[in-house]
Write a protein that binds this ligand. Structure first.
Ligand code: DAH
Length: 348
């Protein structure tokens, strides 16, 4: 190689190398640029190898220039690598950035089921009056569900048509929470003041006002000297607490085997106040069954019916919830439709 050619090549390789290094957009491109500019197979290396064949002066000046060019390229390479590295990190940080000013993702809180809300409210009214909460089994025997409650064997409720029997003879799904009265009196002496909330089961085809599985709260008070007036006073206190102080309570004679006398209890309609409107019809909303505990029931539990008297009543939680919240169809309670259920958010 001629020293003059070597001089030209060095300058060409210098500007070409600097350009390549500056143009590299990624660390990979930069590596390629370096190999092209300073690699063993490049033209710069060719000049270096040729230096030995030059005379002393050319070797000195061209050698010095070659070193300068190499240092300059190396320096440019280091700087560019540094830049690319920093840019990569910035991009990573940018992509990773958390915007702390963004609104958080709120968890959607659930809410109590409307029946749970109503059950709690009913039970709370009674526990504030001093009643104790008891629970009975959902699978009952015929003694507690029927016989002890003075429901004779030929009563229609006892047929397979109305009750849901299980495979074990003599056992059935309780048809009313009244069964809890018997279990309470069998295991406790008077005075008794209990409420029993729970699920009950009947052979029903679901419609707007019937479900095969529904909920009741049973109430029982037994002591010496308990009268019908106590029953009425308790029902009035309950209606006022539950539906407001203006409500009036009406009792009509009715028959339930486990009470004597028995009554159907209605409250004055909260929409028309007893005048009559589309919601209530005649101004009254029938709410529950009640009565004075039948002497036979007391005797069945080993109580002296000459000494003790008591009252009992049972109300349907679905019915109360429908009235309170204006729910037109009982089936809505069991459909699990979130649009329905979400409306009770914050109701209790
Ligand atoms: N157990 C009755 C029913 O399911 C409701 C009832 C009526 C309960 C009168 C009582 C009562 O305690 O005295 O329809």
């Amino acid at each position: 190689m001629d020293p003059n050619d070597a001089r030209v090549i060095l300058e060409e390789e210098r500007s070409r190398g600097l350009e390549l290094i500056r143009a590299a957009d990624t660390l990979e491109e930069l590596e390629v640029a370096k190999v092209v500019a300073l690699g063993r197979k490049g033209r710069f290396a060719e000049v270096q190898r040729a230096l030995g064949s030059f005379d002393h002066d050319d070797r000195r000046t061209l050698g010095m220039r070659a070193n300068e060019v190499r240092d300059e390229l190396q320096h440019a390479f280091d700087e560019r690598r540094e830049d690319l590295h920093r840019a990569g990190e910035d991009a990573l940080l940018d992509a990773d950035r958390v915007d702390v000013t963004l609104p958080g993702r709120r968890p959607r809180p659930g809410s109590l089921h409307p029946l749970a809300i109503v059950e709690r409210r009913i039970v709370e009214v009674f526990t504030r009056m001093g009643y104790r909460v008891v629970e009975g089994p959902e699978i009952e025997d015929e003694w507690h569900n029927f016989e002890a409650l003075n429901i004779p064997p030929d009563h229609p409720a006892r047929t397979m048509k109305d009750s849901l029997y299980v495979d074990v003879p003599g056992l059935l799904l309780r048809t009313e929470t009244s069964a809890a009265q018997i279990r309470t009196m069998e295991s406790h002496d008077p005075p008794i003041h209990v409420v029993c909330p729970g699920r009950v089961f009947r052979q029903e085809t679901p419609d707007a006002t019937h479900l095969p599985v529904f909920h009741q709260v049973e109430c029982l008070a037994v002591d010496e000297g308990i009268s019908f007036a106590d029953l009425k006073g308790t029902l009035e206190a309950f209606a006022h607490e539950m539906f407001g102080g203006d409500r009036r309570v009406r009792l009509n004679p009715d028959y339930f085997p486990f009470v004597e006398p028995g009554a159907q209890v209605a409250v004055s309609c909260f929409i028309c106040d007893g005048v009559g409107c589309p919601t209530c019809g005649n101004g009254w909303i029938e709410l529950l069954g009640a009565g004075m505990v039948h002497p036979k029931v007391l005797e069945n539990c080993g109580y002296d019916s000459e000494r003790y008297t008591g009252f009992a009543f049972g109300l349907g939680i679905e019915r109360v919830a429908m009235i309170q919240y204006g729910v037109p169809d009982m089936r809505m309670f069991i459909e699990g439709d979130v649009r329905f259920l979400a409306q009770f958010q914050g109701a209790a």
